[in-house]
Design a protein around this ligand. Structure first.
Ligand code: SF4
Length: 353
């Protein structure tokens, strides 16, 4: 055994290491530096579930690598497949659990990643919010969700959305660190274009303003869910701290600086935020801003009293927004068959060990 090589558990997984760190391990193992690059090329270009699949390295080297450095850190607890989505429940080394999903829509596969264990925002219609906040995920735990789903399904996602568990702008630094690796070309990262990466926020104003100054053309989706402060504060408690009157100028600044059209997400809850007056107010709020609106008919969550509005009410809401000049779609969430739709992710998925 080589002197100075720590036990496997004390070394970060290969997926968490920089190029330099991986090269240093290969040097300790007496292997040339280009072999480290070969491993990273496989990791970020091919999607692998284990060292066994790194077929450009010898069997002996693969075995030695497995002894000295885990490939990943998150352990799979459960996997559920539906018609249009596949969902995984992972467990971190400290026992924390998160879910992530691969979602099929015609012509694209999207990875929906979690940024935190649970969520501190407490949105009253959301299963994740109801489960409370555990901790922030580290950048490599976020990245790993993408890599492991790829390796295990054998399917490569062209798009990434931060719409899983957690509020990504509440864990800004680690999320941005993960995004930089997702965005960097191999062997530094996965080579996903910034315009294919969407951050979804309930409106954390300082985070939106910071994001506006990043030199990244990320997509921003803002969950508004009501056009007035009172209804919004009832649905999203944190909006008392970041009211609409502060969120909207921040979004305008993001749109101007990043030159991006912003998406506004709006969960339609029967009798709560789906009236004609609310549609008109929302239209007024979004006028003159380069944006589009996504209406999301509520996905039932057993612990909440909310219901999905009837179809004609959804269509009327959409029509009124479009009359106000806001391009609008009604998004029927993918993944309902495996409880992986918006607001349905949780830490204790049914079927978990
Ligand atoms: S909707 Fe998003 S921000 Fe709100 S509680 Fe759920 S995960 Fe958190």
């Amino acid at each position: 055994m080589s002197i100075g090589i720590p036990a496997p558990s004390s070394r970060p997984p290969a997926s968490a290491q920089s190029e330099e760190e991986t090269a240093a391990l290969f040097k300790e193992l007496g292997e040339p530096a280009f072999r480290a690059t070969q491993l990273r090329e496989f990791l970020f270009r091919k999607g692998i579930a284990s060292y066994e699949q790194v077929t450009n390295l010898s069997k002996t080297l693969r075995k030695r690598l497995a002894e000295h450095m885990p490939l990943y850190e998150l352990a799979q607890v459960a996997e559920q497949a539906g018609d249009d989505a596949r969902k995984w429940l992972w467990q971190a080394r400290d026992g924390a659990r998160v879910e992530s999903v691969q979602i099929h829509v015609p012509g694209r596969l999207t990875s929906c990643l979690s940024s935190q264990v649970g969520c501190a925002m407490g949105c009253v219609f959301c299963a994740t919010g109801l489960s409370g906040f555990g901790r922030d995920l580290e950048a490599h735990e976020i990245l790993e969700q993408y890599l492991q789903m790829w390796g295990r399904s054998g399917e490569h996602s062209s798009h990434v959305v931060f719409m899983g568990m957690g509020e990504p702008l509440h864990n800004y630094d680690e999320v941005l660190k993960a995004i930089r690796v997702l965005n960097a070309p191999p062997p530094k990262g996965c080579g996903i274009g910034a315009r294919r990466i969407t951050i979804s926020t309930v409106g954390i104003v300082p985070g939106i303003l910071r994001l506006a100054d990043e030199k990244l053309q990320l997509e921003l989706a803002v969950s508004l869910h009501a056009p007035d402060e009172e209804t919004r504060a009832r649905l999203i408690p944190v909006s008392r701290r970041y009211p609409i009157r502060e969120v909207m100028p921040a979004v305008r600044e993001f749109s101007r600086k990043a030159r991006r059209i912003v998406t506004f997400e709006y969960v339609l809850l029967a009798g709560v935020n789906d009236s004609e007056a609310q549609a008109r107010d929302l239209g007024g709020l979004l006028q003159d801003l380069p944006c589009k609106a996504n209406l999301i008919p509520f996905n039932p969550v057993s612990e909440t009293p909310y219901e999905r509005p009837p179809l004609e009410r959804q269509e009327r809401f959409k029509a009124l927004l479009e009359q106000a000049g806001v391009p609008t779609t009604i998004r029927y969430s993918k993944g309902r068959g495996v409880a992986a739709a918006c607001g349905q992710l949780r830490r204790d998925a049914p079927g978990a060990a």
